[in-house]
Design a protein around this ligand. Sequence first.
Ligand SMILES: [Mn+2]
Length: 417
Amino acid sequence: MTEFFKNNRKKLFKNIEDSSAVILFAGKAPVKRGDENYPFTPDRNFYYLTGIDREEAIFVLTKNNGEYGETLYIKRDNGYLAKWIGANITPEEASFKSGIENINYIDWYNDDISSFIFKNNIKNLYLDLECRDITSNITPSVAFYEGFSKRYPHIKIINVYDIIGDLRVIKSDYEISLMRKAIDITRLGIEEMMKNSRAGMYEYEIEAYFDFILKKNGVMDKAFQTIGASGKNGTILHYSKNNCKTNDGDLILFDVGAQWGYYNGDLTRTFPVNGKFTDLQKKIYNIVLEGQLKVIDAMKPGENYSRLNEILKEHYFEELKKIGLVKNFEDVSKYYYHSVGHFLGAETHDVGRYKDRVLEKGMVITVEPGLYIEEYGIGIRIEDDVLITENGNEVLSKDMIKTVEDIEKFMAKAKEL
Ligand SMILES: [Mn+2]
């Protein structure tokens, strides 16, 4: 495991210019209100390179005359806070986890970085300047950039976000093993919901069975907020209120994910709350499922990423035309209005550039076709997580049932018990 983080640092080192430093920040939990903070989760690029999940930690990597340097800065332990919230990580623990020998306290960091720049001819500073939108909170990197660029205007600032993102697209065996675990617990959670679902329950009542299984299996955080959408709520892509009462005859769509070792599962299953699909639901469900299988079938090294969505849309056009829902190809977007998947990893919608991308061994991609037909009150999505292998792919979530027959059988059996 330490080897994984060491390897990532080596890869980053190869991808940066000489006479450079990279500075990354673990981040800090934002204030929720009063003296309550949101739970802390480490910045994923920071974690990918260090394996350290402690607030306010800072990582510095240097490349100077081709020579490698690295230092990790951690918070100094404070006997008082230790009694309230627990002890900080010690330098020995931090070194053991990350494989970094040079561990300093963050109060040394400003002096260290100043003297490093003073002594060496540093030309570039790499910072993670990713910003989701103009209203986002200022990240520690951006705050650092503001002060730094004023003091050292001659040093070029380079955004390291896409460089690390491209490394993260190809998963190591270690990462895949974490995702297998996350996916497996996610599957157990969905099965528990299928077993306990009854018409008339509130969406959140069914969701509670998922949460129970996650906690019981040691999951500390979910990959994302659970989407539990019954009936026509299923046509709202990111519905997460989950507070409606289900009706007999409704489908319910659960898009859920457990997290394990900061890696995510992301699965969606749609099933009838009462355990039995209507003929119309079955028909639409099978169109989605057949589309999903066609897409998965095409996934192998060398295939264009963008082709996957086209395969699905062509399938939808043919099938929806047969049942009279569409006349022209463009009409498909009335019932299917997202893309077929995304990279999955330490982020649910993982980093990496999609444009003009060709599939490569080691990528993990979700395949999540849906159909959302408001006039029928039907929203269906089926999502699996797929690893690209040497010659094709492996569906990491292959143990999760998904045919109409398997779901009905599974739910009927659960009711007998
Ligand atoms: Mn997804």
